[in-house]
Design a protein around this ligand. Structure first.
Ligand code: C2E
Ligand code: MG
Ligand code: MG
Length: 651
């Protein structure tokens, strides 16, 4: 009776693995599913082995139930021997070389043929009883062909050993050592059971292997995202590192939910997470509908990645199109209507992204480098475009710009309605790169804010502009002050006040000649340090403008509480002024701000009609292409001199 103890242990272990994986919902992804399948196979093998052992295989049965035992033993052989190729499949999946099985090459055949031999010998055994037989008294006996089963087992071990050693580079050293020890361990079990059939340890050895794999190596928590329920970012990077490591090509769909931050703020974490969960589940479901094997990952910050097999490019593109359609529909959770905005890109690795590190950086920033489109962007289409190369090279371009001192300040004249002349100008930075030519600040300022380069750039801007104010021709032109853009990141520099004051002192410039422009996001950033900086500077005599008013959340409380002298209407106000409702908003905003004693500057005025409308409304300053584009220092001074000496206004 003792012989069944090993099987019972094996079943308990396999059941533990099964419950462990299912209760934690680690049932996604091929590797996890193969482990689940192995657990089920082990439980079935154990059950059949226990049944055979208890019902007479080794014990005489009266009356004999030989035919039933024959069937159950055959089933046992079929299932038990399937566990080894199943483990081999698991390894192919785990090492990320599943594709090797697909093209009916050597990997496919070495996986299939040995098992086919087992199946065939079971079939033949029905007629000649040479693998095993059950005697009339119900006792099990091995036949001479049993050797075939053992040869097959040894062949599989050899293949498993070969695969483990061959692809060891795709896993950590400790994992490799463990996987290798499994081979040795299982082989020992098979041999000892061959020598002593009463020692039924084969199934137990395999059960121990998958138990260790599921708990120690597999670490499903590392590859499944606990919140979204898809595979995780960690899993994504691990799997892709393996794919690159073994040269396995893939199709990669990257989806960035561009409004994810706003959604999280507006919906609250719980509903936001449900929306992500729903979206992840939808992606998995879409793959099933179009019969496409997909690995769906959530990489955090609103980014999903879907990996498919290389030969399924067309289907993957179809899936991308389905996702575009999904993104255009809204859905409701807890009575809230939710709409996701997304950017979707399809890449072929390793062709479009040649190395693992280029994949890593691309997957983090692709939403900034690909164009805005309501369709799937094919990376191969845009790779060679100048725009894409510039965007993906932006950090290097900035670095080069700083090292080679390629930044220049331009100035856009600002017209004062009350004075009927140009009283100021906005300093706007320009970068001319040797390779790419003009690079827009709209592109490099946000990138520099991300990388931290903004501090160096900001320092250059402050010094260059303050130096300019000091120049004799500036004073002679009648200009009163210059507006300087301050970035979010600069506002929270603790030393900002001393830095700016130090510069005005150094160049003997009055604080009132400097007007600092902040955006609403800046004002919202880290209120404590930002406020301290603003108030200290304001008390020293520097002035402030609120830039891009109308594009952010229009935090009235902060507009009121911070000492902004000027509020700059964003160009989007101007663009929409012909919309009657927008005009009502503009008129009332002007009234409100005037009653708060704020001056109003209108940006982006490009024609006379706009100019007249905003002047009639009582706005104080006008800036825009109607008067002039941003100009180089000398041209700017020339422009102001010429216009201020004659009739400034073109009205
Ligand atoms: P901003 O501060 O709102 O600057 C106004 C932008 O509108 C400038 O774009 C200007 O050239 C453009 N503009 C002015 N009038 C018109 C017009 O009539 N029509 C049109 N279509 N555009 C007009 P630019 O120079 O490309 O700068 C873009 C943004 O980059 C700036 O927006 C600002 O946020 C940032 N930036 C520029 N220079 C600096 C800088 O020195 N430091 C920092 N931190 N940010 C800067
Ligand atoms: Mg500005
Ligand atoms: Mg602006």
């Amino acid at each position: 009776m003792r012989i069944i103890y090993f099987d019972i242990c094996a079943m308990v272990l396999a059941l533990t693995v099964f419950v462990f994986l299912v209760t934690r919902r680690y049932t996604k992804g091929r590797t996890n599913r193969l482990i689940l399948m192995l657990a089920v196979l082990i439980i079935l093998s154990g059950l059949l082995d226990v049944y055979d052992s208890l019902y007479g295989t080794y014990v005489k049965q009266l009356p004999s139930n030989a035919p039933v035992q024959f069937v159950s033993n055959t089933l046992f052989y079929l299932i038990r021997n399937f566990t080894t190729p199943a483990y081999l499949l698991f390894l192919y999946s785990y090492f990320g070389v599943w594709h090797l099985l697909k093209n009916r090459g050597v990997h496919f055949w070495i996986t299939v043929i040995p098992y086919a031999v087992v199946a065939l010998s079971m079939l033949v055994n029905c007629f000649n009883h040479k693998v095993f037989y059950i005697d009339p008294e119900g006792v099990y006996h091995r036949g001479p062909y049993i050797i075939v089963i053992y040869v097959v087992a040894l062949v599989y071990f050899a293949v498993i050993l070969w695969i483990t050693v061959r692809y060891r580079k795709t896993v950590r050293r400790s994992e490799f050592v463990m996987l290798l020890s499994f081979v040795v361990f299982n082989m020992t079990a098979v041999i000892s059971q061959r020598i002593n059939p009463g020692m039924r340890v084969e199934v137990l050895a395999l059960a121990l292997t998958i138990f260790m794999t599921a708990t120690a190596i597999q670490r499903p928590e590392e590859v499944v995202d606990g919140v979204v329920g898809t595979l995780s970012q960690n899993g994504f990077f691990t799997d892709m590192r393996r794919a690159y490591g073994v040269g396995r090509p893939t199709n990669l769909l990257l989806i960035k939910i561009t409004n994810h931050r706003a959604l999280r703020l507006n919906l609250g974490l719980e509903i936001y997470n449900s929306a992500l969960q729903r979206t992840g589940a939808k992606f998995v479901q879409m793959g099933k509908i179009i019969n496409l094997y997909t690995d769906v990952y959530y990489n955090g910050r609103g980014v999903f990645a879907i990996v498919t097999e290389a030969d399924k490019y067309e289907q993957t593109l179809d899936m991308g199109r389905l996702i575009v359609a999904y993104m255009q529909e809204s859905f409701t959770i807890a009575n809230l209507e939710i709409r996701l905005d997304a950017k979707i890109c399809l890449a072929r690795t390793p062709y479009d992204l040649q190395s693992y590190s280029s994949l890593m950086s691309f997957s983090n920033s692709f939403h900034r480098t690909i164009p805005d489109m309501d369709k799937v962007v094919l990376l191969s289409d845009i790779l060679d475009s100048k725009d894409y190369r510039m965007k993906s090279e932006i950090d290097n371009i900035i670095k080069r710009g700083i090292e080679e001192k390629r930044f220049r300040m331009f100035y856009q004249p600002i017209y004062s309605v009350a004075d009927d002349k140009f009283v100021s100008g906005e300093a706007l930075i320009r970068l001319f790169d040797e390779e790419y030519g003009y690079v827009s600040p709209g592109l490099f300022i946000p990138a520099a804010e991300n990388s931290g380069a903004i501090h160096d750039i900001g320092d250059f801007v402050l010094e260059d502009v303050i130096k300019f104010i000091r120049r004799g021709d500036f004073a002679g032109s009648g200009l009163e002050y210059i507006e300087i853009n301050l970035s979010v990141a600069q506002c929270i520099e603790p030393g900002l006040t001393d830095k700016i004051k130090g510069l005005t002192d150094k160049y003997n410039v009055k604080p009132s000649q400097v007007n600092l422009e902040l955006t609403e996001t800046a004002a919202d950033y880290d209120p404590k340090i930002t406020d301290e900086n603003i108030f200290r500077l304001w008390n020293m005599g520097f002035k402030f403008s609120l830039d891009d008013y109308g594009t952010g959340y229009s935090n009235i409380k902060r507009v009121v509480s911070l000492p902004f002298d000027i509020v700059k209407f964003d160009k989007s106000f101007v663009d929409e002024m012909d919309d009657p409702k927008m005009w009502i908003a503009i008129v009332n905003t002007v009234n409100m701000l005037k009653r708060m004693n704020k001056k109003i500057l209108v940006e982006g005025v490009e024609n006379k009609r706009t100019l007249d409308r905003f002047i009639d409304l009582g706005c104080d300053y006008i800036q825009g292409f109607y008067f002039s584009k941003p100009l180089e220092q000398a041209d700017f001074i020339k422009f102001v001199n010429e216009h201020n000496s004659g009739r400034a206004s073109k009205t």
